[in-house]
Design a protein around this ligand. Structure first.
Ligand SMILES: Cc1cc2nc3c(=O)[nH]c(=O)nc-3n(C[C@H](O)[C@H](O)[C@H](O)COP(=O)(O)OP(=O)(O)OC[C@H]3O[C@@H](n4cnc5c(N)ncnc54)[C@H](O)[C@@H]3O)c2cc1C
Ligand code: SF4
Length: 560
């Protein structure tokens, strides 16, 4: 018997899928939500066990079966790597919680920095880069940033002179200040920089949203400052995550059919060019089809690309790709870290959530004079340094071996006396950085893996070196007795691959994350970013999710 047609087929229930499920189910639409991982319970993710969660990456269990292949250059053979957490709630279950809005200028890099002549005056070599403006701007997203902050409970201080205007402040006061925040704050002020306490998706007080936000989301307690945010689920649910905020509300609507351990591998379309539904594997690896009036792909960056490339239209590989840009324009942050050791000061960097941070945007975006610097853009800089010893075992001065008597002595003395400054430099889209389909490796279902080809190019390399110097100056001003910096090896926080834009010739989706080619297909998440910015993505993809959900619910004629 054929399954009844759903209004919405949702592929993935992470940060994005968790918001879309609630918004669309609450609007009365019948949603079938596919999630290739399991639905975890507090007992699964609450254990404070660094070996289990950090060294052995227990939360990524499902991902072991479903890796991504990586290489730096097209001439290399790509090798599989475990990539992300696959479970209901997605990576947001073990995110750090930095909840940052982008700056207004971040949405218009082409206009403000290339067309305006900034790049030329900087003497930046942008050969090979493909830089586009977003088709929307900060003001389009502002009400949805607010909704995210007030529904998920973001704690923050404000006071960043470079931030866009906000109609409402944060729902919660900032988290308590730690020694690392004080050190960083004082050093930056000494140098004349503009410090602020950044937004954190961690509750500084018990919180439940009140009207006009969604008061069906249950109250959660304040953070206990245990310091186990990053790579863990929070044991008291004080950290924002869709698993225990929006997803329970979505399920209570009675309109969301959540199918765990089911893996979508193809998007189906008909001859008229409309999406008709998805094909998926059941938990016991049977192939099934689910028809849907609208399909929303939100499986995170590389999986979004993979699904579009592996689907077919009129017998031809790839859908929603008339621009030929699916898989192009990927990027990730190349974090620069500056570490300092103090002989006479206990920092105890592991205390409290790492999202409780003092930051500066003086060297982010286009906030500083780039004349003759040889690059455009920049990055956010902040206090950092969370982590249990297992997470920080590699924080040791250059030349020191990470084992043996000397290392043990060093760790015993300096683990509590270490400060880290973290820089999040922007990476720009380059024509050589792409995701495609790996011709060699398949997953255990026999489906080809996504293959990532990525390296940092000249603009990033110059920026990394410059920002490392800025970070070192700040570290010097803290009074650290010894310091060193680490330039990025691998990239992190992946984005791009299904670019958003107003021109269907150079982009995959429009400003509502709707395919230019197939109006009932949506791709939502950081894969739609045309540019990366110097901030992490989650607040912005959440804002995009609310905006897309509102747009879809307005199309009532689609669901008659
Ligand atoms: C350790 C860590 C720390 C982070 N810290 C921060 C931070 O401080 N600030 C910040 O802004 N961001 C942070 N992030 C990033 C943040 O978690 C992501 O931006 C966010 O979770 C992305 O949401 P998403 O819904 O697009 O993807 P995900 O959260 O990855 O969810 C995608 C979901 O789709 C499912 N799925 C994928 N493909 C399929 C398929 N074919 N069929 C069925 N299901 C599928 C996956 O299993 C997954 O559950 C962090 C991430 C990590 C890993
Ligand atoms: S520091 Fe706070 S938010 Fe982070 S895991 Fe501990 S209690 Fe949860």
């Amino acid at each position: 018997m054929a399954e009844p047609i759903a209004d919405i087929c949702l592929v993935g229930t992470g940060a994005v899928g968790g918001i879309l499920a609630k918004e669309l189910g609450s609007a009365g639409l019948k949603v079938v939500a596919f999630e290739r991982g399991a639905a975890l319970t507090l007992e699964d993710y609450a254990v404070r066990d660094a070996i289990r969660f950090i060294t052995r990456s227990a939360l990524a269990e499902w991902a072991r079966h479903d890796p991504v292949t990586f290489r730096n250059l097209p001439s290399e053979r790509a090798l599989p790597r475990i990539h992300t957490i696959n479970a209901v709630g997605g990576q947001m279950l073990h995110w750090t919680g930095q909840a940052a809005r982008f700056m207004p200028g971040d949405f218009k890099v082409f206009t403000r920095e290339i067309a305006s002549g900034v790049a030329e005056r900087a003497k930046a070599d942008l050969t090979g880069y493909e830089i586009f403006d977003w088709p929307i701007d900060y003001d389009d997203l502002e009400p949805y940033y607010e909704k995210f902050e007030w529904e998920f409970g973001v704690s923050g201080g404000g006071g960043n002179p470079f931030a866009g205007a906000r109609k409402r402040g944060y729902p919660l006061p900032p988290l308590r200040r730690s020694a690392k925040m004080e050190l960083f704050d004082a050093a930056c002020k000494k140098l004349g920089y503009h410090t602020y306490v950044s937004g954190a998706g961690v509750l500084s007080q018990p919180y439940r949203p009140a009207a006009p936000y969604d008061s069906r989301i249950e109250e959660r307690p304040a953070c206990a400052y245990c310091g186990h945010c990053n790579e863990y689920g929070c044991h008291i649910n004080a950290k924002a995550a869709t698993l225990y905020t929006s997803i329970p509300v979505a399920l209570k609507t009675g309109n969301v059919d959540l199918r765990t351990n089911t893996r979508v591998f193809r998007l189906n379309s008909d001859d008229s060019g409309r999406i008709t539904g998805v094909s998926y594997f059941t938990p016991d690896k049977q192939i099934r089809e689910q028809r849907g009036r609208v399909v929303i792909v939100c499986g995170y960056a590389f999986e979004n690309v993979r699904l579009l490339l592996l689907s077919e239209r009129s017998g031809k590989a790839g859908i929603a790709n008339s621009s030929g840009t699916v898989g192009k324009g990927i990027f990730g942050h190349g974090d620069v870290r500056i570490n300092g050791l103090f002989d006479d000061y206990i920092v105890n960097s592991f205390i409290g959530p790492n999202s409780a941070a003092v930051r500066i945007d003086d060297f982010n975006g286009n906030n500083f004079d780039h004349n003759n610097l040889g690059f455009i853009r920049g990055g956010g800089i902040g206090s950092s340094g969370d982590g249990t010893p297992v997470q920080r075992y590699d924080v040791a001065p250059p030349g020191m071996r990470r084992w043996g008597k000397d290392y043990k002595k060093y760790l015993a003395r300096y683990y509590t006396r270490t400060l880290e400054i973290n820089v999040t430099p922007e990476t720009l889209a380059h024509r050589d950085n792409v995701v495609d389909i790996d011709p060699e490796h398949k997953d255990e279902w026999g489906i080809s893996l996504p293959r990532v080809t990525f390296s940092f190019h000249q603009n990033e390399r110059r920026m990394h070196a410059y920002l490392a110097k800025v970070g070192e100056n700040i570290m010097r001003a803290t009074g650290a007795n010894k310091m060193w910096s680490r330039l990025p090896g691998a990239a992190t926080r992946w984005s791009g691959g299904t670019r958003m834009g107003s021109d269907p010739k150079t982009s995959v989706v429009n400003g509502y994350c709707q395919s230019h080619d197939i109006p009932n297909l949506f791709v939502v998440g950081a894969s739609v970013f045309p540019t990366l910015t110097g901030y992490p993505a989650t607040a912005t993809i959440s804002a995009l999710s609310y905006r897309t959900a509102e747009y879809i619910t307005r199309q009532r004629e689609w669901f008659r």
